[in-house]
Design a protein around this ligand. Structure first.
Ligand code: SF4
Ligand code: SF4
Length: 292
């Protein structure tokens, strides 16, 4: 099972929930940091990193001597990463999405394959499972290609070991966030009952609902605000999987980079209940699909 932990905005406690869920997961699990622009799951799980490798993607490199300025490549590229300006072919590697189309279409062999560095992927072990993370190169604008690399490695790990995965996804509802949850079996949305939290939670529900995946909510800092969030979830039949109370000692543990589920039996029980609710939600969705 792949569990995506996502949120409509940053700062809701998404990584805290991911770390604690991975901590209490009973089957072998891979904790994955897919928030490659700002990975911080390692700060909580403190893995022993045993390997690290660079990640790159294919980009075109132009040979002006062979180019006849036919424009086939520039007409094909929807990202305008190759362009003919006057009598010059220009390549903008930072805008390239690595589809390879221009390389395939060029009739003169004027484009050859180069590489653009995306960042690094690293892996190792935490106290109770495997760990996988991507880290985007400073200055790199596109995170989905690196996320794809992390997911590719994750697929191989899941296939060979039959484990589950807990994904700490990028916050928000843009392309990287939707990309991150795309292959999961279940989505856990973390939010807080504040006006900002509610607004971004609604955006996340609207962005992820079309994917048709079972989705539940973790309410962090429960006790703040009013009942708007609860009423919305009831209206939309979104189950509240867990409520983490708003209190000073939890905030202190979080600030110290501790895994909440490891702090005391009550918090461990709270996240074990979250785990059980997530599994129940996924099974119910599977049973519904089987009967459809
Ligand atoms: S590889 Fe694809 S995205 Fe990149 S420049 Fe060529 S056509 Fe554009
Ligand atoms: S398709 Fe090839 S020959 Fe035509 S403009 Fe592009 S690089 Fe030049």
């Amino acid at each position: 099972m792949i569990v995506s932990v996502a949120s409509g905005k940053g700062g809701t406690g998404k990584t805290t929930v991911s770390a604690s869920l991975a901590w209490v997961w009973e089957r072998p699990a891979v904790a994955v940091d897919l928030d490659v622009e700002e990975p911080n799951l390692h700060l909580f799980l403190r893995p022993d990193i045993s390997w690290r490798k660079g990640a790159s993607m294919e980009i075109p490199v132009a040979d002006p001597a062979k180019c006849t300025l036919c424009r086939k490549c520039s007409e094909l590229c929807q990202f305008k990463a190759v362009s003919v300006m006057g009598k010059k072919l220009l390549v903008f590697p930072e805008m390239c999405h690595g589809c390879g189309g221009c390389l395939a279409i060029c009739p003169e062999g004027a484009l050859s394959s180069g590489r653009r560095k995306l960042g690094v992927v690293e892996g190792g072990r935490t106290k109770n499972g495997q760990f996988l993370s991507g880290r985007l190169r400073v200055g790199e604008a596109m995170s989905p290609p690196l996320m794809r690399e992390v997911k590719f490695l994750l697929d191989a790990m899941l296939e060979s070991s039959g484990t589950d995965a807990i994904l700490d996804c990028p916050p928000g509802v843009s392309c990287p966030a939707v990309n991150a949850v795309m292959d999961s079996d279940v989505i856990v949305l973390v939010t807080e009952p504040t006006p900002f939290g509610f607004n971004d939670f609604v955006l996340a529900v609207e962005a992820f609902a079309p994917l048709g995946k079972p989705m539940g909510v973790v309410i962090n800092r429960a006790g703040l605000g009013d009942s708007t969030l609860h009423r919305y979830c009831a209206d939309k039949s979104i189950p509240v999987l867990c409520e983490i109370p708003y209190n000073r000692s939890i905030a202190e543990e979080y600030a110290a980079g501790n895994v909440l589920a490891a702090m005391n039996p009550w918090l461990e029980g709270l996240f074990a209940e979250l785990r059980d609710n997530v599994i129940r939600m996924a099974r119910a969705a599977g049973a519904e699909a089987a009967h459809a």
